[in-house]
Design a protein around this ligand. Structure first.
Ligand code: ADP
Ligand code: MG
Length: 247
């Protein structure tokens, strides 16, 4: 496979914070329809890697290509426009708006919240909201105030807000933190639905959840990749057991 076939090609990526290399010559390729899980001990650099890909943090060296276009010097908002969506650990939804309105304002059009609310909801927006609501399991909550949703439902709503922009690469940092067992199950199903026509990167600690969703797993340690492959192979790797799974 040539590099142009990947959704994301990260090569020799490095970032130093005052001389400390949080990401150290890391190389990673993600296919266009791949769901990739990244695991590793605290401080391994997982969140920093997502920060670098979405543009929240600027790389010190190396390259990040998205659909063969160099991103590493591109501002964050332009990366969003290219199709990169990233969910942070704490959801940032509009608590006082309905689920419908939260999704509606996320429709890509460059409008502000209040501008978007003033404009008459077009059929295209409505149909997009319905599709996304079904994907995130909130079809029957569209008219509920978002602040009244459960913790898990708020997380799904934020994923939905990203899906409204039809990202080609979606990155989720510990999406099931704080969720109930049932919500974790539903999130696993949600991920199977939304990874069908895009690349998805999920960082997660919960190994039961990882086993349920994982195709290919990348293990990070000290800003580098320690192991990569199918779950059963990674799980049996003595180096992975030593730095992560054994604890
Ligand atoms: P993980 O998500 O795998 O737990 P992080 O990416 O959050 O790890 O952090 C990796 C390392 O980089 C940690 O040692 C952390 O303290 C450090 N780090 C992350 N962001 C910054 C920053 N903006 N400035 C200085 N150090 C940072
Ligand atoms: Mg982290």
């Amino acid at each position: 496979m040539s590099n142009t076939d990947f959704a994301l090609a990260v090569e020799d990526l490095t970032v130093s914070f005052d001389g400390f290399k949080a990401i150290d010559k890391l190389t990673l390729y993600i296919d266009r329809n791949e769901l990739r899980v990244i695991i590793g001990p605290n401080g391994a650099g997982k969140t920093t890697l997502l920060d670098l890909i979405c543009g929240k943090t600027r790389a010190t060296g190396g390259s990040i290509k998205f659909k063969n276009e160099e991103l590493s010097q591109m501002p964050e908002h332009q990366r969003v426009r290219r199709g990169i969506g990233r969910k942070f650990q704490t959801p940032s939804i509009y608590e006082n708006l309905s689920v419908f309105q939260n999704l509606e304002v996320s429709y890509p059009s460059g409008r502000s919240v209040w501008g978007a609310l003033a404009f008459k909801c077009s059929d295209a927006v409505k149909s997009s909201v319905q599709t996304v609501a079904a994907d995130i399991g909130l079809s029957d909550r569209l008219h509920m105030e978002a602040g009244l949703l459960s913790h898990g439902q708020k997380q799904w709503l934020e994923i939905g807000m990203l899906l409204m922009q039809e990202p080609e690469l979606l990155m989720l940092d510990e999406p099931i933190a704080g969720m109930s067992a049932r919500e974790r199950e539903l999130t696993a199903e949600l991920l199977q639905r939304i990874c069908k026509n895009r690349a998805v990167i999920v960082i997660e600690h919960d190994m039961e959840f990882v086993k349920r969703i994982a195709q290919k797993v990348t293990v990070m340690h000290q800003g580098k990749i320690l192991a990569e492959g199918p779950m059963d192979k990674v799980q049996a790797d003595p180096r992975v057991i030593d730095v992560y799974l054994g604890h």
